[in-house]
Design a protein around this ligand. Structure first.
Ligand SMILES: [Zn+2]
Length: 683
């Protein structure tokens, strides 16, 4: 045995590879071995293959496997990997495939105290693409992140993915390591000679590839460029559908489906196009776009793939176009067709950019990561430092509790339509029980599309707001008392309150709480209501300070907010967390402590929701049943339409029951806290 660092690469597929991951591991293994590392590959053994061989300096062990839908799934014997790792002197175990062998390998590595790494080639979105898998999306997502949590390091092919993974996970260090692109031919080809403008697509023909966009854009473009053509290389379940679409768009003659093209033939294909168009709405790191850049071709990608900006420098090496508006892509195609010099410039720019993705560049990076992984105190990688620094690590309420490995936390999916594909981790402060989003989320972006912004006054809303007004009345609020309401769509409250004779009502209706509180209304009020607002602020403390300053001595501060102490971090039917808009959720105890520090005395804390009334169908429980009728998001509850009834009609008796009686046993996971400003309160 030599002194070289020994790495085990664990992959269900290897040479002769049938998948992209298999090809990737094969190339990487060779490169690492050339650099003097001792590389052991563990893969599945198919008929006629030896259990062990050494090839190009790589030691390949093959274990028995079963075949699942044409894919080999390695199934090592119990203890087999442990023995293998020990005998080979392995120090690092690097996984490439989600599967049974990974689970066995993790156990073995743990038993031997080895460092573990995983390259996240696959995302949960890809796993749940077959329709029958869709219902398991939530479950798989949780399993996936639980699995990542067991690793020491996670390598992500794109920066966007690296950022996402570091949001979800606490333990593993996260790195961005692109998958290398290499062509058999190697060098980049020169400019085009053919005068026929050609748009190229390479990839599987799966639904997420969204080729409809390409075809529609091309149809618009082709009206002025009748000689232009499209080449589509790849096969998949959507082929017949897209052939039919091309036909119905009247461009069947210009659209050529080439079927599966061997990887070695791709450089020629790229070289023969004028622009590479990847209309996908989901990609981890679009290797094909990089390959096109490697061949000095301009690239179009859509605004729906997170790695878009990483791949394409907007207007420099291509464009990021709208996934919904084919006119935009058509216009880009027309610009390239009209200006060959621009196309050439863009291609060269792309070529320069693609150089960071060579096997040598990736090998450098991997070598560094491996060395750091076994070093006693590894220095952090740049991206990781950045992401971790931005993470909210300390409780904003008590300043004591911190996010660490031991803390209670869980990943939740978004509950609003935009962005339904996103997941967010919430953690609980051990000190004060408050809940916090683990990572920065661009809430300003989400707020713009908040379903609550579109809420209108209808019969139900009127009853709801009137019910809350009645509650204030029971607290002793008089009609002539000056009221100030902080909250999204506070204007709706104002309308209803004024109709009920409440004057004057001032409102602070800001889509983004916190940062915009710089100019509060000047006059003092008798009552300040902070309505579902505190929990949406980046920093809730100034919201409280500002609200407190608007009050006369003796005035009432009324806070409606979820109570973190009542929220269990399990997906449950009765409570919705309204992610990602809720950032810091206080518990009853810590809320009382903070507000009292500002010179307030607690009048009452009630576990109820302003939505709850004795009116039929005006209650929190019935409202939270509604998402099931639409698309499962809160938007569907707010925009409820009778046509939604078709979706879940069998639940109608339950909805009627909640509608009639839901208000009788109201929502306990929210609270209304009422504080009185003392006369000696400091400002
Ligand atoms: Zn705390």
């Amino acid at each position: 045995m030599t002194n070289a660092l020994t790495i085990a690469l664990i992959t269900d597929d290897y040479a002769p590879a049938v998948t992209g991951v298999g090809v990737h591991v094969q190339k990487t293994a060779g490169e690492l071995a050339r650099r003097g590392l001792r590389v052991v590959v563990v893969t599945s053994r198919r008929r006629g293959q030896p259990a062990f061989e050494e090839k190009d300096g790589v030691r390949v062990h093959r274990v028995r496997c079963v075949s699942v839908q044409g894919f080999a799934q390695a199934l090592p014997l119990p203890g087999e990997l442990k023995t293998l790792f020990r005998d080979e002197g392995v120090r690092l175990v690097h996984f490439h495939y989600l599967g049974l062998m990974m689970l066995a390998g993790l156990r073995a590595a743990r038993a031997l105290g080895l460092t573990t790494l995983y390259t996240a080639h696959m995302t949960v979105d890809l796993l749940v693409q077959p329709l029958f898998m869709r219902p398991f999306r939530g479950l798989l997502t949780r399993l996936y992140f639980a699995l990542l949590e067991r690793l020491d390091q996670v390598l992500c092919p794109s920066a966007a993915q690296a950022e996402r993974v570091s949001q979800f996970t606490i333990r593993p260090r996260v790195h961005r390591v692109p998958n290398p692109i290499e062509f058999a031919g190697g060098a980049a080809p020169g400019p085009r000679i053919d005068d026929r403008f050609t748009v190229l697509y390479v990839g599987r023909l799966g639904p997420e590839k969204n080729l409809g966009l390409l075809l529609r854009a091309f149809q618009i473009f082709a009206q002025k460029h009748p000689r232009a053509e499209v080449r589509i290389a790849g096969e998949g379940v959507m082929e017949s559908e897209w052939r039919a679409l091309a036909k119905s768009l009247g461009i069947a003659e210009q659209v050529h489906f080439l079927g599966r093209v061997p990887h070695d033939d791709l450089p020629r294909l790229y070289a023969a196009c004028d622009v590479f168009f990847l209309p996908s709405v989901k990609e981890v790191l679009a290797l094909v776009a990089l390959e096109a850049m490697r061949c000095a071709r301009p690239v179009l990608v859509t605004d729906r793939i997170a790695c878009g900006p990483e791949l394409v420098e907007e207007g420099e090496s291509g464009w990021i176009v709208s996934a919904d508006r084919p006119e935009e892509a058509a216009e880009r195609l027309a610009r390239l067709a009209a200006d060959p010099a621009l196309a050439l410039r863009m291609g060269e720019r792309g070529l320069a950019r693609s150089r960071g993705y060579t096997l040598a560049a990736v090998g450098d990076q991997l070598e560094k990561i491996y060395a750091n992984a076994v070093a006693p105190t590894p220095p952090p990688a740049d991206l990781e430092t950045e992401v971790r620094a931005r993470r909210r690590g300390v409780c904003v309420f008590c300043g004591v509790g911190r996010l660490d490995e031991e803390v209670e936390s869980r990943v939740f999916p978004a509950e609003v339509r935009h962005p339904t594909e996103e997941f967010f981790r919430l953690w609980r402060c051990r000190e004060c029980l408050s809940l916090h989003a683990a990572a920065e989320v661009p809430t300003a972006e989400f707020e713009k599309r908040s379903p609550f912004l579109r809420r209108r006054l209808n019969f139900f809303n009127r009853r709801m707001f009137a019910g809350f007004h009645g509650f204030l009345g029971r607290l002793g609020v008089r009609r002539e008392d000056a009221l100030l309401i902080y909250g999204l769509r506070a204007d709706l409250f104002k309308t209803v309150f004024e109709q009920r004779g409440q004057f004057p009502v001032d409102i602070v209706d800001l889509p983004m709480p916190g940062g915009l509180l710089a100019s509060p209304p000047a006059k003092l009020h008798d009552v300040v209501v902070v309505m579902e607002y505190l929990e949406c602020a980046e920093d809730p403390r100034p919201v409280l300070t500002f609200a407190a300053r608007q009050l006369k001595p003796g005035g009432l501060l009324v806070i409606h907010t979820p109570d973190a102490e009542k929220i269990k971090l399990v997906p449950q039917e009765s409570h919705r967390l309204y992610q990602p808009h809720r950032i810091h959720i206080a518990g009853a105890g810590i809320l009382q402590r903070i507000v009292e520090k500002h010179g307030f005395r607690l009048r009452t804390i009630q576990h109820r929701n302003y939505m709850d009334t004795r009116w039929p169908f005006v209650n929190y429980r019935a409202f939270h049943e509604l998402p099931r009728w639409g698309d499962g998001t809160l938007n569907a509850a707010i925009e409820f339409r009778w046509t939604h009834l078709r979706r879940a009609w069998w639940r109608l008796p339950w909805l009627v029951f909640l509608g009639l009686f839901g208000g009788w046993r109201g929502d306990r996971s929210n609270l209304i806290a009422v504080f009185e400003k003392t006369h000696d309160a400091a400002d």
